[in-house]
Design a protein around this ligand. Structure first.
Ligand SMILES: Nc1ncnc2c1ncn2[C@@H]1O[C@H](COP(=O)(O)OP(=O)(O)OP(=O)(O)O)[C@@H](O)[C@H]1O
Ligand SMILES: N[C@@H](CCO)C(=O)O
Length: 321
């Protein structure tokens, strides 16, 4: 469970005194997630999520994230809308850490998505991209292509410890990514962590997305690449082309891709695999004392990276039949 910060009854009462959402009925740590501390908060007026922002979220970025969530909610995108206190503030402080209360999004994430879920997820991602158009704030992708090499340098020994010879392979991947990284593709606000655990369904219908704390400005097609890696690999490590076609077709049902975006999907997916391999490698090791969290294996993404390295035409498929 990703709960790094405990909250006392007094701290909760002090926080809620600023809001018009009634008195608290219960507060429970949420048993998913690795980044922040999340609590399911029930008050006299309904259900909310209280998030305390931990290590990787920079306080300076929080206005971008919270204003984006407010913007998306105002445009009808189903997500978690930040709740403003009586003075109109959404960014609060609990135990010296930044915190926010957002509305509870009903629905369930799926552990093993099928092609129908992938299609819906693709359509949901395009909806998000379109709903975010016009959002005035910007945020650089601090885990984007330019960041990968400097991010990797201090992790070379960790890569070797994971698998002998891996550091040189990753360096070669970084060279290949630099040589082929696309430019000039459409940009906008991307979710950047559109994984199955961050997407909710009702049955097989898209019900919304959460966890926008990596959202930033980057290539829109890169967001599809992140999703293809997260949604379309089987547990045995094989790539499910049917699911991938469905995800892209779902996306294109709302926002058709240009030929250049389609052609770039293989290299973008290789880069997206690199991004999650690197952060997982950095997090692989002891967790802070008292934290209830299980780091995710970098090997899963090392294998996905290898799949893209070895079959560059994997994602060069035509429209679904
Ligand atoms: N607005 C919401 N409505 C309903 N449930 C939510 C909401 N926000 C968070 N949750 C619940 O809390 C869990 C963790 O939230 P979230 O994914 O934002 O945390 P995280 O630590 O940033 O996780 P991640 O590892 O995906 O980065 C979710 O899986 C979900 O069960
Ligand atoms: N989705 C990330 C976790 C942090 O959001 C991963 O699977 O590595």
């Amino acid at each position: 469970m990703a709960v790094y910060t405990d909250i006392t009854d007094e701290e909760l009462a002090t926080l809620l005194a600023d809001f018009d959402i009634g008195a608290p009925l219960s507060l429970k740590g949420v048993a998913e997630g690795v980044e922040n501390s999340n609590f399911l908060l029930e008050t006299e007026t309904g259900r909310f999520i209280l998030t305390i922002y931990e290590k990787r979220v920079r306080a300076d970025d929080l206005p971008f994230f919270l204003d984006l969530l407010t913007w998306l909610a105002a445009r009808g995108f189903p997500g978690a809308a930040p709740v403003a206190d009586r003075q109109g503030r959404t960014l609060k402080v609990v135990r010296g850490k930044p915190a926010a209360i957002v509305t509870f999004l009903p629905g369930l994430s799926v552990r093993r998505p099928n092609a129908a879920h992938c299609r819906e997820a693709g359509a949901g991602l395009a909806w998000l991209h379109l709903a975010a158009e016009g959002f005035a704030l910007t945020r650089e992708n601090t885990l984007g292509h330019a960041a990968w090499r400097p991010f990797f340098t201090p992790l070379e020994a960790a890569a070797e410890a994971l698998k002998p010879g891996l550091a040189a392979t990753i360096r070669a991947d970084l060279d290949a990514l630099d040589a082929a990284w696309p430019s000039g593709l459409p940009e906008g606000v991307i979710h950047a962590d559109f994984f199955p655990d961050n997407v909710f369904f009702r049955g097989e219908a898209f019900a919304g997305a959460i966890d926008f704390y990596f959202a930033c400005n980057d290539l829109l097609a890169y967001d599809i690449a992140v999703a293809l890696n997260a949604w379309c690999f089987e547990a045995d490590g094989s790539f499910n082309v049917t699911s991938a076609r469905a995800l892209v077709a779902g996306y294109e049902s709302r926002r058709p891709l240009s030929a250049a975006e389609r052609a770039a999907l293989p290299i973008l997916a290789r880069g997206a695999a690199m991004r999650f391999f690197l952060t997982r490698l950095a997090d692989w090791g002891p967790v802070p004392e008292g934290a209830l969290v299980r780091p995710k294996s970098p090997l899963e993404y090392e294998r996905k990276l290898a799949v893209h390295r070895e079959s560059a035409d994997l994602l060069l498929f035509g429209p679904a039949a």
